[in-house]
Design a protein around this ligand. Structure first.
Ligand SMILES: C=C(O[C@@H]1C=C(C(=O)O)C=C[C@H]1O)C(=O)O
Length: 263
């Protein structure tokens, strides 16, 4: 999705977050067909020449390098938006005012959470030898989650641009009041609706379809446990998105003083 000045609205950005839910659930279902294959997460578990780290880190690094190279040809004028790692997972920027420095990057944290808290809940403990396939699916999930969470920057920018709220945001930012900013940007109704929708989506996307084309909506037969997706959003995805939003806003006045109305 490309943002332009015209479609850079909170509604439009939220639509993209909703769409990303589908991709994230499917990516988790894809990963769940393989066993855990723990060796891909262990530093040096698979020996890679001249690389100190796990096989997954190596895979992700190579993938991101390839994306970054290709991007130069497809979007030569684009200035990278954020992050060391998932340049490719971020949306193309067509709204230059959004180009703030790389002040927020929670990918390392995200990788740890994913390996320790999510993978064990969607896979069987074991090694089926599908190391490359499992890592491919992991990279996909991580890129999607990273994209989703770093989208918090767009969300925050859109919220900051609300003329009614901007003076309040500016005051909170000047006071470096992280809790105050967090409270102001939190929308519990949106969060609750999201969690309800996710459970439903996980049930539908993960259902088996029987020979007559009827989905078997039995929770225990679902391809991934329904709680995993909701819990992941509730415990990690939403809070991390808000961390990104808060951190983004804390820097907001430094880089665009001209944006700030005089009082
Ligand atoms: C992303 C937003 O900001 C906050 C974070 C949310 C999320 O990560 O899903 C949802 C609502 C807000 O509390 C939003 O308002 O849409």
């Amino acid at each position: 999705m490309n943002f332009t000045k015209k479609n850079f609205t909170l509604d439009h950005i939220r639509q993209e977050l909703v769409r990303l839910e589908d991709s994230i659930i499917f990516a988790l279902i894809e990963r769940s067909q393989f066993q855990k294959n723990d060796i891909i997460y262990k530093c040096g578990g698979i020996n890679i020449k001249e690389f100190d780290g796990s096989f997954l880190e190596y895979f992700l690094h190579e993938l991101e390098c390839a994306h970054a190279k290709v991007r130069r040809y497809t979007s030569p004028d684009e200035t990278p938006f954020t992050t060391n790692l998932p340049d490719s997972v971020l949306p193309p920027i067509q709204f230059p005012k959004l180009l703030v420095p790389n002040n927020v990057n929670i990918n390392d944290q995200l990788m740890k959470i994913y390996i320790n808290e999510i993978v064990p809940k969607i896979t069987d403990e074991g090694d089926d030898g599908n190391h490359g396939s499992a890592a491919t699916k992991d990279c996909h999930v991580l890129q999607l989650l990273s994209r989703r969470i770093h989208f918090g920057k767009f969300v925050a920018e859109a919220k900051f641009n609300d003329p009614l709220l901007q003076p309040k945001y500016i005051e909170l930012i000047r006071n470096k009041d992280k809790c105050g900013i967090n409270d102001l940007l939190t929308n519990l109704a949106v969060e609750e609706k999201l969690l309800r929708r996710l459970r439903r989506k996980a049930a539908i996307f993960g259902a088996e379809i029987d020979g007559d084309g009827i989905p078997t909506l039995k929770e225990e037969d679902n391809k991934i446990p329904l709680d995993v997706v909701c819990d992941m959003y509730e415990k990690y995805v939403i809070p991390l998105t808000k961390v990104v939003e808060v951190e983004y806003l804390l820097e907001r006045l430094k880089y665009y003083p001209s944006f700030v109305p005089e009082f």
